[in-house]
Design a protein around this ligand. Structure first.
Ligand code: ADP
Ligand code: ADP
Ligand code: ZN
Ligand code: ZN
Length: 746
């Protein structure tokens, strides 16, 4: 079995590195963020493997496959076909569910078409994505989008007081006059005092609320908004209009199928009293139980396949999901585990499987289970490559490649390659951090009152009451699916909406031209500096203004729209993709033009700039562990963890607010976690209330207060199983988190 060989690799920040990766082993890549792990694993190994695979297809097929550029290496040998299992979201729409993505739903359909009673048809009659099976009212989505009357009409107000909450209908406007001038309504009567008939007339244009509008003078407000907001493509309207309509429409359960997505024929077909929709609403262990009750021998193999699939999902800690759950609502970690399950069922061997931080979102208990699956993949004869920061995952490595010593241009070297035992004795940042265990905080802060949450019952929450302490750091713990995000990021955040800042991994709502410099607000200072130095106006150094390259308009690319086809995008030749015109590019500060300045990493930029305003922001980037990003890197290219940290950077100056973070350690090296903890201290000392959802034990140890949700995931969770200090938790709590803590503190 010859090793994978890579020689003279200079991809991204890599400094002409050479290394070997053993086949049929687990190799873990470690190192601080930005050191070059992804450049090796994704941009080199995965990309080259994919490129060579694609080259084996005929030209017609090739032209339809994604293009992978050749990595910058002198030699890459002995690759196998590779599969990347990352945290990118799964399938983007409501038709994609845990059932369809895992393949289990198609097996269930087959099962119902074989033995369901009464017989309903062949398998397509159970598909909600097929006209034969779908509920006609919601087209198989299980929900419908409707105009939200509550958001549109203020029942306390009359027409004269502006009862329609849309500025188009303000008193005296053209739209307002269509209704108010119709003579049909008492203009001084608040809507809540309308009779049923009056209300129907307002909403539906007829007194009985049904059928043709019997009154020709007006269209019911509800129908009118349905027409303008729902039955029309508004994607090319202004952002303001789009936002407004988002606020006025709401998704509701379909009143015909009650969210079950299927038509009556499909729903009335049953096995042992359960319809296919019933089975898709069950949590996985319950579904497994229902399937194992099936005694009909003719479907024995099918049932066995289903149960094996369910077992794999349960094994990896996804038992709290149900098959009807829409995949876009899954977290990155859940999506990654679901992808892993798909591959575990495959009988292919000799592949290279590549994972990106598979421990993300996982409780220490579940990490153990996942480690087992990774070993199984290897033992089936596959090569497993893992990018990880988690000590428990690193500990199962047959071989470790540590990239460093630091990030960006200060990284890009292999600082250690060898066994796990040797890593533990090495002097690299990773080796040192592996030997260290942070002590439990000695004097937790006391809260100054609390933010009460009462009767929380969203998703799996069991009508719980919680008090979130004010002005200190609370860590919310619990296994995946126990209800942490539901409680904190949904219920608590919605209740205290006005003071809450969510520092999460979601997309950054800024224009697609945003960069760290513009997002953190120091781009203007850089432009002023260039302007002053060269005696030019500031606007010259903005690529959306006078400084823009005249050919591409500052986009850096030329987009050629073609009828019936995807547009062709080519780099702009005039500016070479630099976006600026010649006049702007000719101006320099300390010998660097605007493009060169934006190309500096934050740590390089600290050596170049002298202005306090700029240095302060660069320092903030360093504090959140992003010093390796360049000032001009488009924010759209950041990973989830990086997005979260740059949002944190933006909010570091905040005082007296509530800051919520969901797994801020994702993507962070152990040595950077200590820096992060210092920032948390700083935020709290400024009077902020900090609520952090975390599985990382070092973060828990620094908490002033712990709220543990459980006891397990899904319907077996949703309760507060512990509230108090960490020291007391370790002493006496009987929860899964307390068990993990005790195991790690001994
Ligand atoms: P890690 O995976 O260890 O976090 P990466 O391999 O993603 O690190 O990044 C290593 C360095 O290469 C960083 O300085 C990063 O900004 C840079 N880099 C990553 N991707 C690209 C790219 N597509 N083009 C240029 N530089 C990149
Ligand atoms: P945690 O944050 O502890 O991992 P979550 O709050 O994400 O847990 O999930 C708690 C429960 O709520 C789980 O059973 C999960 O499947 C369910 N759930 C979470 N989000 C949704 C959603 N958008 N739709 C339906 N169920 C959901
Ligand atoms: Zn329906
Ligand atoms: Zn151009």
């Amino acid at each position: 079995m010859s090793d994978i060989i890579v020689q003279g690799l200079t991809q991204n920040n890599l400094k002409h590195v050479s290394f070997r990766i053993p086949k049929e082993k687990i190799t873990v890549f470690t190192g601080v963020s930005g050191s070059g792990k992804s450049s090796i694993v994704f941009d080199t190994i995965a990309a080259e493997s994919q490129r060579q695979m694609n080259a084996t297809y005929p030209a017609f097929v090739r032209s339809r496959l994604p293009k992978h550029p050749k990595p910058a290496a002198e030699r890459i040998d002995n690759l196998t076909a590779s599969v990347v299992i990352d945290q990118s979201p799964l399938g983007g729409n409501a038709r994609s569910t845990v059932g369809t993505i895992s393949g289990l739903y198609s097996s269930l359909r087959l099962l119902f078409s074989r033995i369901g009673k009464p017989y309903a048809g062949t398998a397509s009659y159970f598909s909600f994505n097929d006209p034969n099976g779908m509920c006609k009212t919601c087209s198989g989505l299980g929900k419908v989008t409707k105009v939200d009357i509550k958001a549109l009409i203020d029942p306390e107000k009359s027409w004269n007081e502006g009862c329609i909450k849309d500025s188009l209908y303000r008193r005296g406007s053209w739209y307002w006059r269509q209704y108010a001038g119709s003579g049909l309504f008492d203009l001084d009567k608040p809507i809540k005092d309308y009779s049923r008939e009056e209300y129907n007339l307002l909403l539906y244009g007829s007194r009985d609320g049904r059928g043709e509008p019997e009154n020709p003078k007006i269209t019911g407000i509800y129908h009118k908004y349905t027409k303008t907001l729902l039955n029309r493509d508004i994607s090319n309207k202004s952002r303001h209009t789009q936002e407004k309509s988002q606020n006025l429409i709401a998704e509701m359960e379909c009143s015909d199928c009650h969210g079950k997505r299927l038509n009556d024929a499909a729903l009335s077909c049953k096995i042992n009293g359960y319809s296919i929709a019933d089975m898709c609403e069950m949590e996985l262990p319950q579904l497994k139980e229902a399937l194992s009750q099936i005694t009909d021998q003719t479907v024995g193999v099918l049932v066995q396949t289903l149960i094996e699939g369910l077992d794999r999902m349960i094994e990896i800690g996804l038992e709290y999901l149900h098959l009807n759950r829409e995949t876009p609502s899954l977290s990155g970690g859940e999506a990654q585990r679901l992808k892993l399950v798909r591959y575990m069922g495959s009988s292919l061997t000799g592949l290279t499987y590549i994972f990106d931080e598979p421990s993300a979102g996982m409780h220490p208990r579940d990490v153990c289970r996942m480690n087992k699956l990774l070993k199984q993949l290897r033992d089936k004869g596959n090569t497993v490559l893992v990018v990880e920061h988690d000590k428990d995952v690193i500990s199962i490595a047959d071989y470790v490649i540590d990239v460093g010593p630091q990030a960006g241009s200060n990284g890009g070297e292999i600082v250690f390659a060898g066994s796990y035992e040797d890593l533990l004795n090495s002097e690299t940042l990773t080796g040192k951090a592996m030997r260290q265990s942070l002590p439990v905080k000695q004097k937790p802060r006391l809260s100054a009152g609390s933010f009460p949450v009462r009767g929380a019952c969203l998703h799996n929450l069991k009508h719980i009451d919680v008090d979130i302490p004010k002005g200190i750091m609370t860590v919310v713990t619990g296994v995946a699916g126990s209800g942490k995000s539901t409680l904190i990021s949904k219920v608590f955040a919605a209740q205290y909406e006005n003071s809450v800042v969510m520092v999460d991994q979601g997309p950054i709502t800024a224009t697609n031209r945003s960069t760290p410099a513009s997002y953190l607000g120091f781009f203007d200072a850089v432009r002023k500096l260039l302007a002053k130095e060269n005696g030019k106006p500031d606007g010259l150094f903005s690529f959306n203004s006078t400084g823009a390259c005249p050919v591409c308009g500052g986009k850096g690319v030329i987009v050629t729209e073609l009828a019936f086809m995807d547009p062709i995008i080519t780099g702009c030749e005039a500016c070479g993709g630099m976006r600026y015109n010649e006049e702007a590019l000719a101006c320099t500060y300390k010998g660097r033009n605007i493009v060169e300045l934006l190309g500096l990493t934050a740590s390089q930029a600290m050596e170049v700039f002298e202005e306090a305003k700029i240095l302060k922001k660069l320092h903030v980037m360093e504090q959140v562990g992003l010093s390796y990003l360049t000032l001009g890197q488009p924010l759209s290219t950041l990973s989830g963890g990086e997005r979260q940290r740059i949002k944190l950077a933006k909010n570091l100056g905040k005082k007296g607010g509530i800051i919520i973070m969901d797994e801020p350690t994702t993507g962070l090296h152990m040595s950077d976690i200590q820096k992060l903890l210092k920032l948390f201290d700083m935020l709290v000392s400024r009077g902020n209330t900090l609520v952090v959802i975390e599985h990382n034990l070092d973060v828990m140890k620094q908490a002033d207060w712990i709220i543990d949700i459980g006891p397990d995931g899904g319907k077996h969770g949703g309760e507060v199983v512990y509230e108090g200090t960490l020291a007391d938790m370790i002493k006496s709590a009987k929860t899964l988190t307390a068990d993990s803590l005790r195991a790690s503190c001994t």
